[in-house]
Ligand binder design. Structure first.
Ligand code: NCD
Length: 304
């Protein structure tokens, strides 16, 4: 399907061939992302970055991607500096910024916000995370990382580890992986299991999923350990968070002898020890870089 002017709200809006096309284009973008080549294809275009929730990588890699392609970026990194503090509602703010720009990126704590915004404005809207909902562009860069480092996505066994209940990255990633010939293992404390409805959708698509609370059950079988942060800010009761925090600690001793690479959308808190960073296992910094070429591919495809 053509990408121009499309909204990117859920990874389920993509077909497998849509994903593959973006990943191929991202590979062509890598020299530009590394500043080895120039490309001004989005010269004169403006991206509106509306971040109502904190972000480092997603916001800055969208900015880097847009600027590497010759375009510009306006927006805010926290609602506190926008007229939201004066009582302006989201509806008015996004309609105005859409008038100034050629595409919008939005992150918000409420699930469904990106879809709501997409219905209000004519420019393409990209969901950069809506509460515990989805984070589709993170998934594209996660898939790109697997393909780039391991050569393919088909035939991999991927373990999603940590907060599978509130983590939007793993919700999007699980749906995307189900389009490929993969095995998935879900490793989480009982309280943070993957939502039932997602498990149901995955089983309907015929993908093999194994659930466990014990990382040792899968450690010697998987190609990828995709580790996530326990999403403290989404717990209705802080006491529940304190009980579960620190549930998993991935360190180099644990990984010794495993063939798995370790990925993480970042930020990490204490779930991956720093002694993994410079080992052949730790791929999360490389993964964060791939956010730039992948978002370049997406912006180039979306903006008219
Ligand atoms: C993630 C997010 O915001 O969902 N971060 C990111 O975009 N790389 C993960 C997280 O906050 O734990």
């Amino acid at each position: 399907m053509a990408f121009t002017q499309r909204d990117i709200i859920s990874i389920r809006d993509f077909s497998k061939s849509d994903i593959e096309n973006i990943l191929k284009l991202a590979e062509k973008m890598e020299p530009v992302a590394r500043s080895q080549e120039k490309c001004n294809i989005l010269e004169g275009k403006l991206l509106g970055n509306l971040f109502y929730e904190p972000s480092t990588r997603t916001r800055l890699s969208f900015e880097a991607a847009m600027q590497r392609l010759g375009g510009g970026v306006i927006g805010f990194a926290e609602a506190g500096v926008s007229s939201a503090t004066k009582g302006e509602n989201l509806n008015d703010t996004v309609r105005i910024v859409a008038e100034y720009t050629d595409a919008l990126v939005i992150r918000h704590k409420m699930e469904g916000t990106a879809r709501f915004v997409a219905d209000l404005v004519d420019v393409p809207v990209i969901n950069a995370g809506d509460g515990a909902g989805q984070h589709p562009t993170q998934t594209l860069l996660d898939l790109y990382t697997m393909k780039r480092i391991l050569g393919n996505i088909d035939d991999l066994h991927v373990a999603l580890v940590g907060d599978l209940k509130y983590g939007r990255t793993v919700h999007s990633l699980a749906y995307a992986l189900a389009m490929f010939e993969v095995k998935m293992s879900f490793v989480s404390p009982e309280e943070l299991r993957m939502p039932r409805e997602i498990l149901h959708d995955l089983s309907n698509s015929g993908v093999y999923v194994n659930e466990t609370a014990n990382i040792h059950d899968v450690l010697d079988q998987v190609d990828v350990l995709y580790v996530t942060r326990i999403q403290k800010e989404r717990f209705p009761d802080p006491k529940e968070y304190s009980k579960i925090k620190g549930a998993y600690l991935i360190n180099s001793k644990l990984l010794n002898g495993s063939r798995a690479i370790v990925m993480h959308p970042l930020p990490r808190v204490d779930e991956i020890s720093h002694d993994v960073d410079d080992t052949p296992y730790g791929k999360y910094f490389e993964q964060a870089f791939y956010g730039v070429p992948v978002r370049m591919a997406l912006l180039k495809s979306l903006i008219k």
